[in-house]
Design a binder for this molecule. Structure first.
Ligand SMILES: Nc1ncnc2c1ncn2[C@@H]1O[C@H](COP(=O)(O)OP(=O)(O)OP(=O)(O)O)[C@@H](O)[C@H]1O
Ligand code: NI
Length: 306
């Protein structure tokens, strides 16, 4: 459904070009929940935003993204607007900041639907709110963002994301900052939506990832280092970074990964993870591994594992 090849996002910097997203290859299938995990700053949000034509002005992007056979990366802004919302929906990372405080829920939904030429009847709006688990939808429609709790705002942000019935929904940290009970409810609601469309989910939360995903991609220093079906990934992560990331989780052994993620201007030669990797050999210090298929459906970027 969405096929990404050799996607790169780069910027000019005083120290020369930096490449926060580097040579990403991945496919998101129909009705699949594809989740990207990885430490802060590894390039997850820039990757997601490049699929929406929402990169900062000074970003340079290359590679290809095909959606249902059509290349979308090279589209002009006017054409992007037709895709954004209609074919690709977005749940903003921070609903408190993205919801307009002077508009009621009704107005915001109305604008979103009108913008993409979708019917904006009250019944349609009520069913969207019901679908995202918002109780008393009729009363809620006349309220303003400040009258809603954090969890309710997040539900509403998801309602806006799916309002135009996109084929794929991109949700960047949809449970960030929510308390545990609210988070669980949002996860439950997202898993219901999952049957209807593809979802690209970005999260730091490994519980959320394991509950919702069909596939997991692990990103490190701008590159995907592992792609695997979620079940086999959590049973047996293969890339050393993946295993260390899982082990560093508070609910697991909580063993921190030694060292730091490299700065964008000082990425190590060879495998980008080698300075932090317990299994690194001399080849890892000099040669750059490719993402290779090792078992059906599993891809790993590692000399020690391939
Ligand atoms: N406009 C920009 N100009 C230069 N560098 C940028 C720009 N936007 C982001 N970056 C850099 O690109 C890297 C990746 O950023 P990105 O926001 O994609 O990370 P992330 O994986 O989503 O992190 P987080 O988990 O904290 O949200 C970061 O090091 C960031 O500093
Ligand atoms: Ni991010």
């Amino acid at each position: 459904m969405l096929s990404i090849r050799d996607l790169k996002v780069s910027f000019e910097s005083p120290q020369g070009p930096i490449v926060p997203v580097d040579s990403v290859d991945m496919d998101i299938l129909d009705k699949e929940t594809f989740t990207i995990i990885g430490e802060s700053g590894c390039g997850k949000s820039l990757l997601a935003n490049s699929l929406l034509g929402l990169l900062p002005r000074d970003a340079q992007v290359c590679g290809t993204v095909h959606m249902d056979g059509e290349e979308i990366l090279s589209l002009k802004e006017k054409e992007w607007r037709k895709i954004r919302g209609n074919k690709i929906g977005l749940v903003f990372q921070n609903p408190s900041a993205s919801l307009n405080p002077v508009f009621t829920m009704h107005n915001q939904l109305y604008e979103t639907l009108k913008y993409s030429n979708k019917p904006s009847s009250r019944d349609k709006m009520i069913s969207l709110l019901e679908k995202t688990g918002i109780k008393n939808p009729l009363r809620r429609l006349s309220q303003y963002p400040h009258q809603l709790s954090g969890g309710m705002k997040q539900r509403f942000a998801i309602a806006l994301g799916i309002a135009t019935d996109p084929e794929i929904l991109i949700a960047d940290e949809p449970t960030n900052g929510l308390d545990v009970t609210v988070k669980l409810k949002i996860v439950e609601m997202l898993s219901k939506l999952h049957a209807e469309r593809s979802i690209l989910l970005i999260t730091h939360d490994l519980n959320v990832a394991s509950n919702l995903s069909d596939k997991i991609a692990v990103m490190y220093a701008g590159e995907l280092v592992e792609i695997a079906p979620a079940k086999s990934f959590f049973e047996k992560p293969i890339h050393p970074y993946s295993s260390q990331l899982l082990a560093s989780h508070p609910e697991k052994e909580m063993i921190p990964i030694p060292g730091f993620t490299p700065q964008l201007t000082q990425r190590p030669h060879g495998c980008r993870f080698h300075p932090r990797c317990a299994r690194a050999c001399s080849k890892c210090k000099t040669e750059h591994p490719k993402l290779e298929m090792i078992e059906g459906e599993r891809y790993v970027r590692c000399f020690a594992c391939a």
